[in-house]
Design a protein around this ligand. Structure first.
Ligand code: ADP
Length: 258
């Protein structure tokens, strides 16, 4: 073979290798799935009463500008207004029974209707029943054209910790504020004053020990059903272990998973 033929052959070989490599690259890039971006993220916080859902939500509002709706607070606001609906709701909350699904879902829907902007939304304390989980799926689909839904569960290994924690829980009596704190966190131990708005801090009637135990038992039953519902629907329930957590460590754990 003369030198000219050898060069042509070499050139052909180089071109063939380049062609194959390029073809492979095109095929691979066509297969890469671009991560989808969503205009709105909605988080549902699951967790036993006293697991710290409200505290985490408050921190996320302050730190990251999230919006939060606590269905418990919606109930207390309605009660404070003294409406007929408020009186009916009070019958349930006083004995720590769940407000009927349709009533609470309508209140949530009204709140969602008022929301503008694309900040993430936290649903603190909703859904609390399997029926509410179903209603929520429908609500989100109709309200938001493009959303991502994530379920975050604050898990605690020992409910006795919750009973102790709730025995010291305090809440601001100002219905516009409703900040929660704990006696152990007060700057001045005997001054039950809200740091945020200066109103009085009080104990919630349903934080009494026997009521807390009933709330925990109800929570376990309903939560198992909700988790099973999401499992079946293929929606992951993302857990954060808060058994020995502080508000700060819970916030850090949340930031790591978002
Ligand atoms: P906790 O989580 O400590 O039970 P909340 O402040 O979330 O307290 O709720 C207080 C009360 O409001 C509940 O005991 C219940 O009566 C009512 N409530 C709140 N959220 C719901 C809900 N999603 N479904 C039915 N009732 C609710």
């Amino acid at each position: 073979m003369n030198r000219f033929k050898k060069r042509i052959l070499l050139l052909g070989l180089v071109l063939a290798v380049a062609g194959i490599t390029y073809y492979g690259y095109i095929r691979r890039s066509a297969c890469i799935v671009q991560p989808k971006t969503y205009t709105k993220t909605i988080y549902s916080f699951l967790g036993a009463p006293g697991s710290g859902k409200g505290t985490l939500a408050e921190q996320l509002v302050k730190d990251l500008g999230f919006k939060v709706v606590s269905t418990g607070n919606l109930c207390r606001e309605e009660i404070a207004q003294g409406t007929e609906k408020g009186k009916m709701i009070a019958e349930y909350t006083r004995s720590a029974r769940l407000v009927p699904d349709e009533v609470i879902s309508e209140m949530l829907e009204n709140w969602l209707n008022q929301q503008k902007g694309d900040q993430p939304i936290i649903l603190d304390g909703y859904p609390r029943t399997k029926e509410q989980a179903k209603i929520l799926a429908h609500l989100l689909k109709t309200k938001f054209p493009d959303y991502r839904f994530r379920v975050i569960s604050l898990d605690i290994d020992d409910f006795e910790k919750i009973v102790r924690r709730m025995a010291g829980r305090l809440v601001c009596e100002n219905k516009q504020c409703q900040t929660t704190t704990h006696v152990s966190l007060l700057k001045e131990p005997n001054k039950f004053i809200c740091e945020k708005c200066g109103s009085r801090l009080i104990r919630r009637e349903d934080d009494r020990e026997e009521i807390v135990r009933k709330r925990l038992a109800d929570f376990v039953k309903n939560n198992n059903e909700i988790v099973a519902f999401y499992k079946e629907a293929g929606i992951p329930v993302e857990s954060i272990d808060v058994s020995n957590a502080t508000p700060e460590s819970t916030l850090e754990a949340f930031k790591r998973i978002i």
